[in-house]
Design a protein around this ligand. Structure first.
Ligand SMILES: Cc1ncc(COP(=O)(O)O)c(C=O)c1O
Length: 421
């Protein structure tokens, strides 16, 4: 569907229903047409206007839960309405593949739609990888101390069920290269898999994944990445980063609907990673035969909520319309402004990496004089939404900057922290 058709269908779909201001969706459309809008404040104002976020609050937690912009909400509503009018089992394969094609383009020039499965979230992806690989009792998996519950529990489940052994390294926040060395120190003849974040949910640390991939592949070890915090949060290329398996929730930085995500499997490894829930295969029950789909669709199963994924496609279009490069520039600029401001508050301890190249759009900090709870209470009083982090004993507060945020919000949070300190 082209944009003109989209707007026409949108207008038809919303007649008489409570959908947030359409003028904003249309004004975003105008920005798309007006390439000369450039990267100035006017553009970011138009982008901000696409969000229904409570204007009384400053939302600095896209790393926790994203918020869908209007074109995504309206797309979701439009598809839901049309499907509820004429319920139909199965889905429009062309549209489904079109979502994968657009997503693949966002994930890198060499990414193929056939290698992507549309799944519910990174938690599902972590479990497919942890439980679907042929690991046996005594096989070792290396991970980091700063992983999300999704990855920790997926690995522990496999450890309880099949006796795999989990080896954990403490992130090096001073030297990125130190992480490669810490992984290398845990590798031995029993290591089969390194499974870790691409960007951590604790301090927003970008791991040197290419170097870790090289180390893994030299020794015949698989590398799987939990990328819930990476695509769109940092400059990104899925085939370049060196992973064999990659999963992501698309409701955060990609701004799709909740309960959407993807799993990517490097070409040639499909038959190595078994689906957890088979539901997409050719079979002959009399002969006892089953052959999975020839592509990553084998990890998709059951009736789908198509509207969720079609709207996720609209989120990909939204990101592409602004441009991932321009988004990174904007978010990184805000995060670095905040980082530098934190450095000037003596009571603050910065939890994020020392090297700028490994910092992202998320910054973590704590205070020598206040508990995380006290910081959370004070920021909530100022109506600023940030996230407390307890994972891996990080004991800090995490601040995420995304397209709807502006410098003044970073400065206001710094003011609040100065007062608290
Ligand atoms: C690194 C990481 N992995 C996995 C997840 C789980 O995401 P979901 O709840 O969408 O499955 C998160 C959520 O914050 C995360 O930050």
């Amino acid at each position: 569907m082209n944009r003109k058709e989209f707007l026409k269908r949108l207008a038809a779909a919303v007649g008489g229903f409570a959908v947030p201001s359409l003028a904003s969706a249309a004004s975003f459309e105008r920005v798309l047409q007006d390439a000369s809008a450039g990267s100035g404040e006017a553009l970011w104002k138009v982008v901000r206007d696409q969000f229904v976020l409570d204007p009384d609050w400053t939302y600095l937690n896209f790393g926790g839960l994203g918020s869908c912009p209007l074109p995504v909400l309206t797309s979701f509503w439009e598809w839901t309405r049309s499907e509820e009018r004429a319920p139909n089992a199965g889905h429009d394969a062309a549209l489904w593949w079109s979502v994968k094609e657009r997503l693949a383009k966002l994930l890198g020039p060499a990414c193929r739609k056939e290698d992507l499965a549309l799944i519910s979230c990174a938690t599902e992806g972590c479990n497919i990888i942890a439980s679907g690989l042929p690991l046996k009792r005594g096989d070792e998996v290396i991970t980091s101390r700063h992983e999300h519950v999704a990855l920790n529990t997926a690995l522990l489940h496999r450890a309880q069920q099949d006796g795999i052994v989990i080896r954990v390294f403490e992130p090096d926040l001073v030297r990125a290269q130190g992480n490669v060395e810490r992984v290398a120190a845990l590798v031995n003849g029993r290591t089969r898999l390194i499974f870790m974040s691409h960007v951590t949910c604790t301090t927003g640390q970008l791991y040197p994944v290419k170097e870790i991939a090289a180390l893994a592949h030299e020794r015949g070890i698989w590398l799987a990445l939990d990328g819930a915090q990476a695509p769109v949060c940092v400059p990104f290329d899925i085939t370049e980063c060196g992973a064999d398996f990659y999963t992501c929730s698309t409701h955060k930085w990609i701004m799709g609907p909740k309960r959407t995500g993807f799993l990517w499997v490097r070409p040639g490894l499909l038959d190595t990673l078994r689906p957890l829930v088979p539901g997409s295969a050719k079979f002959d029950v009399d002969k006892g035969e089953m052959a999975f789909q020839a592509d990553a669709q084998r990890y998709e199963f059951g009736s789908q909520n198509d509207a969720l994924f079609f709207a996720m496609g609209a989120a990909v279009d939204f990101v592409q319309a602004i441009g991932p490069g321009r988004i990174w520039e904007h978010n990184h600029r805000l995060a670095e402004r905040f980082y530098r401001g934190l450095q000037e508050i003596p009571a603050v301890e910065i939890a994020s990496p020392r090297e700028e190249a490994f910092r992202t759009a998320m910054i973590g900090f704590r205070m020598k004089t206040r508990t995380v709870q006290q910081i959370m209470e004070r920021t909530a009083k100022a109506k600023i939404r940030v996230r407390p982090v307890s994972e891996g004993g990080a004991n800090c507060v995490r601040v995420s900057f995304h397209v709807c945020n502006q410098e003044a919000e970073a400065d206001r949070l710094l003011d609040v922290l100065r007062q608290l300190a």
